[in-house]
Design a protein around this ligand. Sequence first.
Ligand code: NCD
Ligand code: ZN
Ligand code: ZN
Length: 351
Amino acid sequence: MSELVLPGLADVHTHLRVPGGEHKEDFQTGTAAALAGGITTILAMPNTSPPLATPEIIHATYEQAQAGTRCELGLFAGASPEHIEHLPALAPYAVALKIYLNDTFGSLRVEDVPTLMACFRTWPREKMIAMHAEKQSVAVGIGLATAFDRPVHFCHISRREEIELIATAKAHGLPITCEVTPHHLYLTQEDAARLGALGDMRPVLGTKSDVAALWEHINDTIDCVATDHAPHTLAEKASEKVPPGVPGLETSLALLLTAVHHNRLTLDRLIELMASNPRRIYGLAEPPDTKVVVEMAPYTLSNEGLQTKCGWTPFAGMEVVGRVKEVVLRGKVVMENGRILAAPGSGTVLV
Ligand code: NCD
Ligand code: ZN
Ligand code: ZN
């Protein structure tokens, strides 16, 4: 069976649930899941409870991240109208700012122009602004990037209309970038019907045409693949009020390597999408002496043996090619044949 050696991957969209959701995931389990998936650098989202929108909360979370992380990890600060005057004070603890323009899990939302203007005026120019923007909200984000002449990164783009709008804006030289998730590349509304609550996430799974559009743009418009690892417990998924979101850290590399195996993607492009581009967008240095060793063997994804605290994957039963055998981070073997060797707190918190 052939072996591949890849750089440490960077996943710029994860939810590690600290504070307030530690029964779903925490820094120790989430970063173990990252290493199991060949990912050595992750960025964690601020839609926690309470959210990472005040200096006290983000500072305390930064310290918990330092104590718990097994890999490289950076936090997002969250934009919220109630705390908007604190934005510059959040920056020392965060890699980037996240703005939620549409409905999703958690309380963070920005729906008024004065708050959006304050974000673009007061967030440090050298740090990225990322957006959860769906449908026409993408146009709002492009407008703000243009008006303030500063970069905007669009999270989990999933619809044909969105990727085509972004392609048009990029053709005009506007400073925007975007990510897509493995679940939007691999699953459709038909899978949502089969999976029920386990297939519910924001943005919702798309039509066949939406999925086809993402693959059409995989070699140009799309800058990176990010998991949007959004763990919720099976009990929560079985409840009346289903929280949207699916885990993804331990399955994304295998899914994308399967596309390489089927000649839908080159290995060079996979490395751009999962390592070099995400680091370039967020200004993250590549860790030295770091590698991921993969065996290009076929196997079936399953809920057994996962590191994520939620213990399930929407891809259970799917045949893939590409198993992570070993991960070396900064000269140390941190994962070997499914065993996590990096201790909590041995990683680094990036800002
Ligand atoms: C995310 C979550 O659970 O925090 N859920 C989701 O469906 N993607 C929030 C988000 O990324 O929008
Ligand atoms: Zn989102
Ligand atoms: Zn998310």
